[in-house]
Ligand binder design. Sequence first.
Ligand SMILES: NC(=O)c1ccc[n+]([C@@H]2O[C@H](COP(=O)([O-])OP(=O)(O)OC[C@H]3O[C@@H](n4cnc5c(N)ncnc54)[C@H](O)[C@@H]3O)[C@@H](O)[C@H]2O)c1
Length: 280
Amino acid sequence: MINNICVAGAGTMGSGIALCAAQNGFEVILFDLNSQVMEKAINSIEKNLTSLLVKNKISLEEKQSIFNRIKFTSDIQDCRASLIIEAIVEKITIKTELFNQLAMINTAETIFASNTSSLSINELQKNIPNPERVVGMHFFNPAQIMKLVEVVKANKTDDKIIDKIAAVCKKLQKIPVVCIDAPGFIVNRVARHYYLEAMKLVENGIATIETVDTIMEASGFKMGPFKLMDLIGNDINLSVTQSLYDAFNHETRFQPSDLQIKKVKEGELGRKSGKGFYEY
Ligand SMILES: NC(=O)c1ccc[n+]([C@@H]2O[C@H](COP(=O)([O-])OP(=O)(O)OC[C@H]3O[C@@H](n4cnc5c(N)ncnc54)[C@H](O)[C@@H]3O)[C@@H](O)[C@H]2O)c1
């Protein structure tokens, strides 16, 4: 039975996943190498819990016990758990290296889940011991709120692992949807054009950022594409576009936009850096 989870990476996604897991009764280890990011994650988790307390959704005792269920660490030796969910940088070599380090200090039964938005789980499985326990677990941002989790089955993933991950998702009060490993899985493949076409409209001088966001929100989308890109992080969003562009043999429909490349070069990553398409 899975009752403890190690979340590797305490950035935008990792901090939300750790909070969600602690809120739903799991013992959590939150690991990041960057002390500034960790500080930010601690503050953001504390702020989220305070907001729930103020709204009378949790008691002071619950707030304390949820917070106490999370062990914050920068020491990889602490990362021993029945399930590891990685939410680190979107680079397959770095994710592979981390899983291999974690494989050395965990048992062969420990499940390795990747929150990757666009990398191939089949590729990830290739260089990790016991690949049958490697699975995709793709949360959406903000992870403590959004209900969907794409559970990604790669060629070697054991069906029993898929069942266990689906059960964990339910305990997290999420809706698991099992997908076959394919570029962008389902949501990111469909959503690519929500971002890319919006950026083309702006690049071609047809509409402003604000107009596109206003119209899309008025037509029923919860967030306009530019606000959503700022929430996701322009660096992360560009990596996803680039992965799909590569996976589809450079089909122009997936070509990264000059606008997003410029944003990343200038460090305008979105909410996390204080400026993206908008200022925060
Ligand atoms: N941002 C989104 O909206 C979103 C949504 C779904 C999935 N994802 C995926 O989640 C993952 C993380 O994205 P994010 O937006 O949270 O990124 P982020 O940049 O906010 O955080 C990544 C964190 O990983 C840490 N890190 C890097 N290498 C590490 C290592 N070897 N060990 C431990 N920590 C390490 C960094 O210090 C950083 O804090 C990516 O794979 C991304 O594709 C992102």
